[in-house]
Design a protein around this ligand. Structure first.
Ligand SMILES: [Zn+2]
Length: 467
């Protein structure tokens, strides 16, 4: 037997031992395979990962970048390969093209809703029970995590009921009143009174109230690492958390770090848990038509999927679902450069040169930038030398003037249009689209994720698996 044969024989024996041990010991400790719960089709834990704004093109752009620049496949493909995949449509009670409040609400409750409402029936005022309320009533631990605001529409739809998503003061109150065990994200401003630089007009300091209710309140990546106790409230930015491309790692944890902490925290509950984890800023970067920002936030989401995948591997009584709420901005991977004679596709080297998000670039451009200023900012932050004519086109903001309802952000779409032959990424709008989405998952209940699903059906799939 060669050394290689010996080591592979050892590895095989180890795998067999790991598979057999919990069955014969009769005690399924954390990390061991709980065979009985798998065969009975019941999920002890449900992890729902939502990539806000990730349609097929956002996925494809991240897939190319991951394979060709980083030299590794997306973790999302691992979930697809071991589990099941469906196409997902998301139309609401009132619209074909929709937004995060209604779509998250539809996933959370199983009912069609009106756009803008947070987990209300189609009448806009009757609260509907959410999957997280079902989980809590069954004694499960609960968690909500996002890189956007924790009071933003997607997390809100699981723990709150308000007539309009803009009422984030009420969402903050309701999330704490619900007693969500782990809350992490941005928009601390809705927890603080105006005297403390917050946005609360009622003078309440919800951070103090949270501490009194048993939460450990943390504000940066280091504090999160050290956090202990019964419940965590992690608020890492007064506004949204930073785009991945702008993030300072000591200040704000990554989505993967927040996910790891959340799963470690919630899995202490012997009855199990429900967690919703959102990559919230894929959507925002796509709204700004920011190619590098969109790709890097999708990759950050993918790392969080990797953390959840590893947890599910050690805890096979976990239903893991990965999906999106809607596609943003009609992203398209287009074919030609300025002088290409055949298809070339994305310029990954050019995309890698980006140093900051389009949010930072918009701030640098300011109001009424001159063509010279535009050239200088694009060169500095994107590493691309655009021509005088191209800079003038951006300064005129021509395309936005033709269709202001679909292009809301000054200069950025015209800039993205000018960058098309450089990056080979195009955008159909700066709003959402009705593009079909992916839903994929593994674990008990995931066998129902196949064919074409409406996003309301995810509620039933999760509920049935949990019961
Ligand atoms: Zn959006």
């Amino acid at each position: 037997m060669t050394r290689r044969q010996r080591s592979s024989r050892m590895a095989l024996l180890l795998i067999v031992a790991l598979l057999v041990a919990p069955v014969f010991s009769g005690c399924a400790t954390a990390g061991a395979l709980d065979v009985s719960s798998v065969t009975s089709g019941k999920a002890k834990n449900v992890i729902l990962l939502i990539a806000d704004g990730m349609g097929p093109s956002q996925f494809a752009a991240a897939w190319f970048y991951s394979n060709r620049v980083l030299g590794k496949n997306l973790r999302m493909t691992e979930v697809m390969n071991v589990g099941n995949t469906a196409y997902l449509v998301n139309d609401t009670a009132d619209a074909m093209v929709t937004e995060s409040a209604a779509t998250a609400g539809q996933i959370a409750t199983g009912q069609r809703m009106k756009t803008g409402t947070i987990s209300m029936a189609a009448d806009g005022r009757t609260p509907v029970q959410t999957i997280m309320e079902v989980a809590k009533s069954g004694g499960l631990a609960t968690g909500l995590v996002t890189t956007s605001g924790i009071t933003d529409a997607t997390p809100a739809a699981f723990a709150a009921h308000v007539p309009h998503r803009s009422d984030e003061m009420s969402v903050a109150e309701q999330e704490l009143k619900f007693g969500v065990d782990v809350l992490m994200g941005g928009r601390k401003q809705f927890f603080l009174p105006e005297v403390s630089a917050g946005k609360r007009k009622d003078g309440r300091n919800l951070l103090d109230e949270a501490r009194a209710a048993g939460y450990t309140v943390v504000g940066d990546a280091e504090e999160l690492k050290a956090a202990q106790g019964a419940k965590i409230l992690g608020l890492f930015n007064m506004g949204n958390m930073a785009y991945e491309i702008d993030r300072v790692a000591t200040m704000e944890p990554s989505l993967a770090e927040m996910t790891a902490k959340t799963l470690a925290f919630l899995s202490r509950n012997p009855k199990g848990f429900f967690a919703m984890i959102e990559g919230g800023r894929i959507d925002h970067a796509a709204h700004l038509n920011d190619a590098a920002g969109t790709i890097l936030d999708t990759l950050a989401f993918d790392e969080a999927v990797g953390v959840a995948l590893e947890f599910a591997g050690k805890n096979p009584d976990t239903l893991l679902i990965v999906t999106a709420d809607h596609e943003t901005a009609g992203m398209a991977l287009i074919g030609n450069s300025k002088n290409s004679k055949g298809y070339v596709g994305m310029d990954l080297a050019a995309i890698q040169k980006a140093k900051a998000s389009f949010e930072v670039i918009a701030g640098e451009l300011g109001k009424n930038p001159t063509p010279q200023k535009i050239q200088q900012v694009v060169k500095e932050y994107l590493g691309i030398q655009i021509t005088d004519d191209e800079a003038k086109t951006v300064a005129n903001d021509t395309i936005r003037k033709l269709d202001p309802a679909n292009y809301g952000y000054p200069y950025l779409h015209t800039l993205a249009f000018v960058l098309r032959p450089y990056l080979r990424i195009g955008w159909a709008s700066q709003t959402h689209t009705a593009s079909p989405l992916y839903a994929f998952g593994m674990g008990p209940g995931s066998e129902r994720i196949k064919g074409l699903l409406h996003n309301t059906q995810l509620f039933e799939i999760m509920k049935t698996a949990m019961e």
